[in-house]
Design a protein around this ligand. Structure first.
Ligand code: CDP
Length: 229
């Protein structure tokens, strides 16, 4: 059967990765979380003191970026892929609020985007891939056969992210999470390179009132329809 590229973009914490992972598992495609790649670079910058407030030391990062190796490896215990930074498993660290607070600043840097977009395009060369992010349907794979743009109300997204953080044992409160989501939406949508926007040919999904099962089924149906055409 012919393989396609599925691009899932949308706002922060709207459940993109949940639906993308579920579809990829069901149809035997590779799932790539492009946001995890921006989070790994951000973790590197935090650990190496490249941030002063929200300002990044761009001269040092430009020199170092070639030495930051991002890989994904399957975790047999969870069945999902974990992100690695230079062979160190950093999956837990990159999901922290500390990284969430800084990631949109790293993701707005032109040479960071250029490096990661190149790696993402290489991952899709063989097709059979589901990738989620902000610019997948517009910049990374403008020719993707199936494009989805997902959103939900900021309050619902904040509650979903808070539940996720608390389940992982992180201390977080609703107001901080909501503020972070709104700030990232703003920075992601207004930056010059690869801003968050719906591709003209993307299907819009507002999943504010949908259960996880309902959104997964919705995506599955869109995939089946696409294969028929
Ligand atoms: O899971 P969540 O919605 O919180 O975000 P994510 O997908 O992990 O992405 C984290 C951040 O990386 C976003 O807020 C963006 O600033 C950036 N990002 C991006 O600029 N381009 C992408 N393709 C993916 C993520």
């Amino acid at each position: 059967m012919k393989k396609i590229i599925i691009a899932i973009d949308g706002h922060s914490s709207c459940g993109k990765s949940t639906m993308a992972k579920d579809l990829a598992r069901k149809i035997g495609y590779t799932y790539i979380d492009s946001g995890a790649m921006y989070r790994v670079i951000t973790l590197y910058c935090i650990e190496n003191n490249l941030f002063s407030g929200n300002e990044l030391n761009l001269d040092v990062l430009r020199k170092e970026i070639g030495n930051i190796r991002i890989t994904f490896r399957k975790n047999d215990a969870t069945g999902h892929s974990d992100a690695f930074l230079n062979d160190r498993n950093v999956e837990a660290q990159i999901r922290s609020m500390a990284v969430a607070e800084k990631v949109s600043f790293t993701a707005a840097v032109d040479f960071v985007r250029e490096a990661l977009v190149g790696q993402q395009q290489a991952m899709g060369r063989e097709k059979g891939i589901v990738m989620d992010g902000r610019d997948i349907g517009t910049v990374v794979f403008p020719g993707a056969e199936l494009k989805i743009f997902v959103t939900a109300s900021p309050e619902i997204r904040a509650q979903r992210r808070l539940d996720e953080l608390i389940a992982k044992g992180e201390k977080a409160n609703f107001d901080d999470v909501l503020r972070n989501i709104e700030k990232r939406d703003y920075i992601d949508s207004t930056r010059k390179d690869g801003p968050l926007r719906k591709a003209d040919d993307a299907l819009l999904l507002d999943n504010s009132t949908m259960t996880v099962d309902e959104q997964n089924q919705w995506l599955n149906q869109r995939f089946r329809e696409k294969l028929k055409n």
